[in-house]
Ligand binder design. Sequence first.
Ligand code: BMA
Length: 329
Amino acid sequence: MKYQIFGEKKVSNLPWQDRPEGCMDVVWRYKNNPIINRDIIACSNSVFNSAAVSFGDGFAGVFRVDNKARNMELHAGFSKDGIHWDIDENRIEFETDIEEMKEFIYGYDPRVTFIEDRYYLTWCNGYNSQPTIGIAWTYDFRTFHQLENAFLPFNRNGVLFPRKINGNFAMLSRPSDNGHTPFGDIFYSESPDMTFWGKHRLVMEAEKGWQSTKIGAGSVPIETSEGWLLFYHGVLTSCNGFVYSFSAALLDRDEPWKPVYRAKDYLISPQMQYECVGDVPNVTFPCASIVDAETGRIAIYYGCADTCTGLCFTTTDDVIDFLKSNSSL
Ligand code: BMA
């Protein structure tokens, strides 16, 4: 490997397919996408924008399940190979001592980050029916302990860094409004205790083309010698509505609010039928990436058309080289 990876473990059973012959893309799709269909469990209308991590000798995840009542819920799941998933029919019931957190209104777009000794779940949590960032932790993906919301409404796309930075927990998020926000930049915040968040910093603003309307952090940043590798989504407003693509950036390792490289081009945009057709057409929305520290192979999990879940692949070396030759900074 050309570039070093820090803090990640070897995942020898990472889902993987080599880049197809003749393919010139930096990120390529799994041939049998989608890996999770909308009807994988009896109650689901759709299963998308979901998080997966390596867990024990297999994988675990938290899935966005919009159910047939069209409530947005979070369900846990397990997999041996990261491709075939066993998703709990029942939604996660969070445990908490905090009276004000006891009512679950809705939850969507989960991310899971392993920090120190446990898995932290962040998601877009309905509080007073307004979106903000919920936080919970788990050891086993069976019992989840909910903490305070990180921020005031309105906020979305909360993604934790996998280690403390400058002695504090660190999170990316995207302040927003109550609707289908027509703006949005990525911000950085720190917390000494996962409860009180401050030291807010702007990281990146919406820019041009595929990322001209708004942007939001996607998967948990991967620490490399060249910076924190972040996959993030960007939205373009077409005459037919929003188009969600995604690409990557590298953020400074000690001061992650400072981007070092940022892609001019998207890596994946909605082009396949399952990305273009569904409950919300033209959406590719990454929420997780699992990296194998030994090879630098990355499997990215992304929501497709707010309906099903897809998988795509790349390597740390490929994305970093792409960023170095394709940066808009
Ligand atoms: C965003 C979020 C995502 C969704 C996207 C497209 O605002 O709600 O969950 O995938 O819109 O509908």
